[in-house]
Design a protein around this ligand. Structure first.
Ligand code: NAD
Length: 480
């Protein structure tokens, strides 16, 4: 089996050299060396990556892998007529004609695919969220360091040059004074994913065993296999690990200068309300993060402002972004732009950027060529920390019991109270109440950011959710 041969490869290398200097299958000694890239996943996001990488100088689209042969055929036709097609990522990873892989498969595959690739000496660009559960993210960092690989996580906004200007404005110039609190939003309307009466029949073009990989083999009652896996805990991480990770990553970057790896305490609730479908992840999710310095809250909703509307409910600041409330005003940031206002609400400064797309892929290739992970804009550790906020926010929700307003008001933080108030209004607009909408609210959970474990009350159940159950042989190794 391919995996065994790769392990033997690693053992052979370990026997002859220090593992920290495992050679790549390609030396990249010259800055203009061609980098042969393989794609794990040929779905929606991979199409965007293929569009970018195929225009980069010195890049060859060498491999296209997806257990859905229809996706491989379509990607080959559009981007890689000479690329090798694969159903099984282990075969592509073992191919010595491939130097680096871009992982844009479903979330449940990210870490295992990245670890296998790095064990085989490939550099990795892995999409956000880095991990599907927190433990496997740590294993991925360990693999990157052990095999001395470049590993970039796909939070591309980090590569937007605007972020440096924002950090200078907020922290060096202290133009708005001290930052006091922060509010993060992702208010984006989505639709229900259907509820079938009989399990979904898998298209014969899909090798379902490979599609499932580490996930449990359970019947699927949604209408579509692809994309809507986001809303099933078995394969996805909900909106928190989808858009949430982008906005929380921006917050960690610009407001915390990455100094807060994980929050110290977390409290949150939400629910999948108004829809009767096969999805499990919340379509309204509200969380308070005690960072040890300023309080942070995040509100997510996929519901429209009212039934039948296609508009999101209103919220303070950008619908996909964050607000840093400061002594002297506020800063509002979002993908590609930002604005600072004084205390009277007068615009002080606009920031204009791009989404970081193209630049993030280029940043990865630069690091691969220079063999220098320190120039990465989202090194695996940074991606792990931002993903961690999302993983913990999902645990805060999943450990919840029925919602009670008294329990919610136990957190005496202004931004949290106004977020809960907004959620009450949203429920009302959908003819629901916080009590009858089937919402959950978790206990206040305490985390030790060093060990990345929950401690104290309610920690036992929460700790169990830090690591998933893997479906053999698709198991993230204990020792990478
Ligand atoms: N950075 C961004 O802005 C951004 C944008 C969109 C999506 N994403 C991320 O990209 C990833 C993919 O999202 P998507 O929208 O393309 O989803 P998608 O469902 O369209 O595509 C996922 C693809 O992965 C394939 N796949 C499943 N198992 C595989 C395996 N073992 N080997 C290879 N391929 C496998 C599926 O068959 C599918 O074609 C997600 O993790 C998502 O969070 C990032």
């Amino acid at each position: 089996m391919k995996h065994v041969s790769r392990r033997n490869f690693v053992k052979a290398v370990a026997a002859t050299s220090a593992l920290s200097s495992v050679p790549s299958s390609h030396a990249f000694s010259l800055s203009n060396d061609e980098i042969r890239v393989g794609f794990v996943g040929c779905g929606g996001r991979a199409g965007e990556h293929l569009g970018v990488f195929s225009k980069m100088n010195g890049v060859k689209i060498a491999g296209l892998c997806d257990p859905d042969s229809g996706k491989v055929a379509a990607a080959k036709e559009k981007f890689g007529p000479n690329a090798k097609g694969f159903a099984d990522l282990r075969a592509m990873i073992d191919d010595k004609q491939i130097d680096a892989v871009v992982i844009a498969a479903c979330n449940h595959w990210h870490c295992l695919a990245a670890i296998w690739a790095m064990q085989a000496g490939k550099d990795v660009y892995v999409e956000k969220p880095l991990s599907h559960s927190q433990w496997e993210g740590k294993q991925t960092i360990a693999a990157a360091r052990k095999y001395n690989r470049i590993c970039q996580v796909g939070t591309q906004q980090r590569s937007d040059p605007m972020q440096a200007e924002i950090k200078k404005f907020l922290h060096e110039e202290k133009a708005l004074g001290t930052i006091l609190s922060a509010r993060v939003n992702r208010y984006g309307v989505r639709e229900s994913i259907g509820l079938r009466t009989s399990p979904l029949t898998i298209d014969p073009k899909v090798d379902y065993n490979l599609w499932l990989g580490p996930a449990q083999d359970k019947p699927i009652f949604r209408n579509n296999l692809h994309y809507d896996w986001h809303w099933d805990w078995n394969t996805g991480s909900g909106e928190m690990g989808n858009w949430g990770v982008h906005v929380l990553d921006d917050l960690r970057n610009n407001v915390f200068l990455d100094k807060v790896t994980l929050p110290k305490r977390i409290f949150g609730g939400g629910g999948r309300v108004a829809w009767k479908d096969a999805g499990e992840t919340p379509n309204v999710h509200f969380v308070y993060f005690d960072t040890g310095s300023i309080p942070v809250v995040i509100g997510l909703t996929n519901l429209p402002a009212a039934p039948g509307s296609n508009k999101s409910p209103s919220c303070p600041g950008p619908g996909s972004g964050y607000i840093a409330y400061c002594e002297g005003g506020r800063y509002e940031g979002q993908r590609g732009r930002g604005a600072a206002y004084d205390k009277e609400g007068k615009l002080v400064k606009n920031f204009s950027g791009n989404s970081g797309g193209t630049l993030h892929q280029k940043n990865f290739l630069d690091a691969v060529r220079k063999r220098d992970r320190t120039i990465l804009n989202t090194d695996v550790q940074v991606g792990h920390d931002s993903t961690g906020w999302c993983n913990l926010a999902n645990i805060a929700y999943r450990t919840g019991k029925s919602f009670s307003i008294e329990h919610a008001h136990g957190v005496d933080v202004k931004e949290w109270k106004s977020l809960v108030g907004e959620m009450e209004q949203l429920m009302k607009a959908h003819s629901l109440t916080m009590e009858n909408a089937n919402l959950k609210l978790g206990p206040m959970l305490t985390i030790d950011p060093k060990t990345e474990q929950f401690i104290g009350s309610d920690s036992e159940q929460a700790n169990q959710m830090l690591k998933r159950e893997y479906r053999a042989p698709f198991v993230v190794p204990e020792t990478v």
